[in-house]
Design a protein around this ligand. Structure first.
Ligand code: GLY
Length: 464
């Protein structure tokens, strides 16, 4: 937890934007795995954490903007609970730790909210993603659980998104702590991988690093020699010399800020010539994006720059042909690069994705594209200092997509299918770092993790 002054300041800033009504912050409860007392690893809601910092199930906070009052609703653990859990701080102590003066028991929550509704006061909340919280809001607000998100407050979403999108120094330090752990996860995977190992042996080992050095993974690790499957969550393949492996993984700091880093490395410690050629194009695209990103330009234009570098590189290898600017404009490069350049990162690995990307990543001026590839760009709008994003271009050879596009004669003007077919079985390559936009450009966060061909080969050759 940060110093209580930070939470007080965040709430004061929010109250400057939301001046009337009740602002509801449902905390997350425990999520049962197979019965109530056997739970998944607890994760507090990120908006709750941002304004109230308390990492405990069974809490609900309210900012009463009309009365300028903040209240934490929760119940102290009983002696019966303490027998199983050990001594626990009281709700009063927890509230004091984050500068909240008023507490109340959960039994008072319903009457408190219903009174406000009967007085015709506005009720604000952000979209919910846990079904138990939707049910809770159904009981409290009288809105069917399935419809709760239709009544989320757009005014609140915009206010919270504006605030959470700009990271303060203490937040950047947290993300950098997470990246330090990512360094260990990435380099250990490179050093551990060898001919004959099953992917899961390494995926499990690096998850152990995330748990022993930080607060565990920030999302399920993507660790696969089938890097052409963008979000591959199975780890059953046997690694062989000659394979390349995509390791897209991240960890939470103890204050719940995420890292999200991808490296692609050769199992044997040496890339083949063919792998090197594709790897270098991806790296050039990533470096070009990092060089281009700065305030006032759109992230979509940075994405398109990375797409152009990829298309030009593939043209130089004979996989694409024609004018690459028009090819990228029309979306032909998406055969190889079917996702976006990057997304917001913070307390969530896709920060505030539950709010809806039309509020966090797009604006009335920049709307999300419907074009294949570009439509997967999660953030398109103008950059501002303090915004933290991932930069993660990639090149993939997806057999099903290649066969489908060829059969449909899609973009035959730009794609040399005969050459592309030689790459079926190649897999995929992605390289990802996390950046913060600064006043003049951007800064790559955290310790450098090897990503040049020489750097990755050197690290992957030092087997442990
Ligand atoms: N790095 C995983 C993701 O962006 O979803």
């Amino acid at each position: 937890m940060f110093d209580k002054k930070i939470y007080i300041k965040r709430r004061e800033q929010l109250k400057k934007k939301i001046k009337t009504g009740l602002i509801l912050f449902p905390g997350n409860d425990e999520a049962p795995m197979n019965y109530a007392d056997n739970t998944y690893k607890y994760r507090q809601d990120s908006t709750f954490l941002y304004y109230f910092g308390l990492d405990r199930a069974g809490l609900f906070a309210i900012i009463d903007a009309d009365e300028n009052k903040e209240i934490i609703f929760g119940d102290d653990f009983t002696v019966n609970d303490i027998v199983w859990m050990g001594k626990q701080p009281t709700i009063k102590q927890l509230a004091a730790n984050v500068g909240v003066a008023n507490i109340s028991s959960l039994s008072q929550l319903e009457s408190f909210i219903k009174k406000a509704i009967s007085q015709g006061r506005k009720i604000h909340y952000v979209p919910q993603y846990r079904y138990d919280n939707m049910l809770k809001l159904e009981n409290l607000l009288g809105i069917n659980a399935n419809a709760v998100n239709n009544y989320a407050s757009i005014e609140l979403i915009k206010a919270v998104a504006d605030q959470r999108s700009i990271k303060s120094n203490e937040e950047l330090k947290e993300i950098e702590k997470a990246i330090e752990i990512s360094y260990v996860m990435q380099t250990t995977a490179m050093q551990l991988a060898r001919n004959g190992m099953v992917e899961r042996e390494i995926a499990g080992f690096i998850e152990g690093i995330a748990l022993s050095m930080g607060n565990g993974l920030s999302f399920p690790t993507i660790f696969s020699k089938h890097g052409e499957t963008l979000h591959n969550h199975s780890y059953n393949n046997i690694l062989k010399n000659g394979d390349i492996v995509v390791n897209d993984s991240g960890v939470e700091s103890f204050n719940h800020y995420s890292s999200d880093i991808t490296r692609t490395f050769p199992v044997s410690g040496k890339f083949t010539q063919k792998q090197k050629e594709i790897y270098q194009i991806v790296l050039d695209a990533q470096l070009a994006a990092i060089k281009t990103a700065k305030p006032k330009i759109t992230w979509r234009s940075v994405h398109l720059k990375s797409a152009l570098v990829i298309a030009e590189g593939l043209k130089a290898l004979g996989l694409m042909k024609g004018d690459m600017r028009t090819a990228v404009n029309e979306g032909a490069h998406a055969l190889f690069y079917p996702h976006g350049l990057g997304h917001l990162l913070g307390l969530d690995v896709h920060d505030m994705e539950n709010f809806g990307e039309q509020y966090t990543g797009y604006s009335t001026k920049i709307l999300r594209s419907e074009q294949f590839g570009l439509k997967s760009l999660r953030y398109g709008k103008e950059l501002m200092p303090g915004v933290v994003l991932t930069v993660e271009p990639g090149i993939y050879f997806i057999p099903e997509l290649i066969h489908q596009w060829e059969a449909e004669k899609k973009f035959v003007k730009y794609i040399n299918y005969n050459k592309v077919k030689n790459y079926i079985g190649f897999g995929g390559i992605r390289i990802e770092d996390d950046i913060v936009i600064t006043s003049k450009g951007c800064r790559v966060l955290g310790v450098p993790i090897p990503k040049s061909i020489d750097g990755v080969e050197a690290m992957s050759s030092e087997k442990i």
